[in-house]
Design a protein around this ligand. Structure first.
Ligand code: ZN
Length: 229
């Protein structure tokens, strides 16, 4: 959910209305996917929306005698579950006697249409590493432990052990550092296995994001099959 429409009633700050509104749009809002409809799927079919496809937020701030920063906590939402994920996102600075009064409408949307609807701030995947240490050849000299930038290996008594394989970036420095010929370490990747890292903006829990993404993929495949038929 993100702010999609703003009625600026008064804005005497130095920011143009457009910039102010753009900043409001990019504030991540805690989202309730189960209680709201996408505007295009809502039975109201209204361009203004209804209680099932829109949340109103109001902002009314005036600086007194001192310069004041307006933070996201000043946005008052009609639904206490739909609020900014952080209270400390600066929106604008007001010089003495400057004023901002506006009403904003948040709606559900998709990142495909605007980045403000992206629930994810960072997403990356890598191969699942596979490391084999040949116990017969390895003399536990520890060269691989020293050279590994991710501290994948650890020494226990007379052996080298793998302690956090998920950190491995497959750089193979350990293989090059091994004095044995051929090396006692083998680094490869597992077929069909990946490590997916997802970071949420706070709008939705990561588990929910993944499940919703899978639902959307599922629907696309179903549509595709129907079209084929
Ligand atoms: Zn509606």
């Amino acid at each position: 959910m993100a702010i999609d429409e703003v009625v600026v009633i008064e804005n005497s700050s130095v920011l143009h209305d457009e910039i102010l509104v753009h900043r409001l749009g990019l504030i991540p809002l805690k989202t309730d996917l189960d209680s709201y409809n996408l505007p295009e799927e809502c039975p109201c079919k209204s361009e203004f929306g209804c209680n099932l496809c829109r949340v109103a937020l109001a902002l009314d701030m005036e600086a007194g005698e001192n310069t004041t920063t307006v933070y996201s906590q000043s946005l008052r939402s009609e639904n206490p579950n739909i609020t900014p994920v952080s209270e400390k996102i600066p929106i604008a600075k007001l010089a003495p006697n400057q004023k901002i009064r506006l009403e904003a409408y948040a709606r559900l949307g998709k990142g495909k249409n605007h980045a403000k609807w992206q629930p994810v701030s960072a997403c990356a995947y890598k191969y699942l590493p596979q490391i084999r240490i040949n116990e017969k050849k390895c003399d536990a000299c520890g060269k691989c432990i020293e050279v590994c930038p991710k501290k994948v290996f650890a020494k226990t008594e007379k052996r080298v052990e793998i302690q956090n394989i998920l950190e491995c970036t497959l750089c193979k420095d350990c293989v090059d550092a091994c004095p044995q010929n051929p090396p006692a370490i083998e680094v490869s990747r597992e077929e069909n296995s990946f490590i997916l890292n997802v970071e949420s903006t706070g709008t939705l829990p990561v588990e929910r994001i993944i499940l919703e993404a899978l639902n959307i993929l599922d629907k696309k495949y179903e549509d595709f099959l129907n079209q084929l038929r």
